[in-house]
Design a binder for this molecule. Structure first.
Ligand code: TPP
Ligand code: MG
Length: 331
């Protein structure tokens, strides 16, 4: 018998949530790896923009919110959708343009959301979702809910006017939002040195009179502990907070981009800090799980992906007759 199987598995109050986060990261990673293959086989009509290497930020924050909270994911946040309960099946339906999917085949990649799970569909303009989220959180709170918001943006998006307006407005009007910058060092091919001249993006928080913090965005344990503390403060004080998460985009901007402009050493450094690898190591080294458990979990995720892909493929595309339905406001 393998020595791992005989090890006594320990537990603490956080192990269950870490395992749920790991499952979301497995699902996100394996789904996106499949989408990458499908894209290069010419089976996806639109673009494929992945969050491979950045899964932890979305997965941790999705699992930590309450059902009343609102989320505004960006292009790399499949783990926000999956963590809030979207089925892998719906992700494949979306990318394969199926009429059964979240946008009924109107869109073929990231512009989908699930309002019943508190997740906005994104618009592509960098930073534009931030004010939508601020408004959404304010509206829900006026209806008597204790909603707070989770916003995700890139280092590049932090240079936009929309970023400035939304953070300033949220601070002035005490809107409880966790603004997370996923600093993956590149905005398309623009390296961070050409994006900002402050030492760290966290310095921007001070200009809005809000608290700003930095965290390793690939380390689930640190992220979870830090976000938990921040959320308690946000809910208590009704104040927004800026959290800068260091991470790395492990593929090109999209699958049409080979990212040849990114130094190999930088990618190697972050490969060692892969969020899934780090969490698995933590669980195994502390005997919170054994190899077999983790392999089983990963296999279950892969099975779900295989079945979902097959099912989505068997479903119809939208009919040209009603393709404009829902595109323009109806009478
Ligand atoms: C206002 C605006 N300008 C340009 C673009 C084109 N564009 C899409 S993503 C992107 C780079 C985004 O970089 P970053 O914010 O760092 O996010 P990342 O892709 O690294 O996650 C650009 C320039 C856009 N969508 N919106
Ligand atoms: Mg970036």
């Amino acid at each position: 018998m393998n020595s791992q199987a005989t090890k006594k598995i320990k537990t603490n109050t956080s192990v269950n949530i870490w395992l749920r986060i790991l499952k979301t990261m497995f699902l996100g990673r394996l789904t996106e790896e499949r989408l990458v293959r499908l894209y290069h086989q010419g089976k996806i009509f639109g673009g494929v923009y992945t969050g491979i290497g950045q899964e932890a930020i979305g997965a941790v924050s999705a699992h930590i919110g309450t059902p009343d909270d609102l989320y505004a994911p960006a292009i790399r946040n499949v783990t926000v959708h999956l963590g809030r309960g979207t089925k892998v099946l719906d992700v494949f339906r979306q990318y394969l343009g199926r009429v059964t999917g979240p946008t009924r085949g109107r869109d073929g990649n990231v512009h989908y959301g699930e309002m019943d799970k508190g997740v906005f569909a994104m618009v592509s303009h960098m930073g534009a979702m931030l004010s939508v989220l601020v408004g959404g959180v304010m509206a829900r709170r006026r209806l008597g809910k204790s909603t707070m918001g989770f916003a995700y943006i890139g280092d590049g998006a932090s240079s936009t006017g929309d970023f400035h307006e939304a953070l300033n407005f949220a601070s002035v009007f005490d809107v409880p939002i966790l603004f997370m910058i996923e600093n993956n060092h590149y905005a398309y091919s623009t390296p961070k040195e050409f994006q900002y001249r402050c030492q760290s993006l966290v310095e921007k928080a001070c200009g809005y009179g809000m608290e700003g913090l930095e965290v390793d965005g690939n380390d689930v344990i640190k992220l979870y502990d830090q976000i938990k503390i921040i959320l308690e403060k946000i809910r208590k004080n009704n104040r927004p907070v800026l959290l800068v998460c260091d991470t790395m985009r492990m593929r090109g901007h999209g699958e049409h981009d080979d990212a040849s402009y990114v130094p190999k050493e930088l990618l190697l450094k972050y490969k060692e800090k892969d969020p899934i690898h780090l969490l698995k190591k933590h669980l195994l080294n502390n005997d919170f799980a054994c190899e077999q458990d983790l392999k089983k979990l990963e296999k279950e995720c892969l099975d779900e992906i295989n079945q979902s892909y097959k099912k989505a493929l068997s479903e119809p595309m939208p009919s040209p007759d009603d393709l404009l339905e829902g595109v323009y406001a109806e009478d």
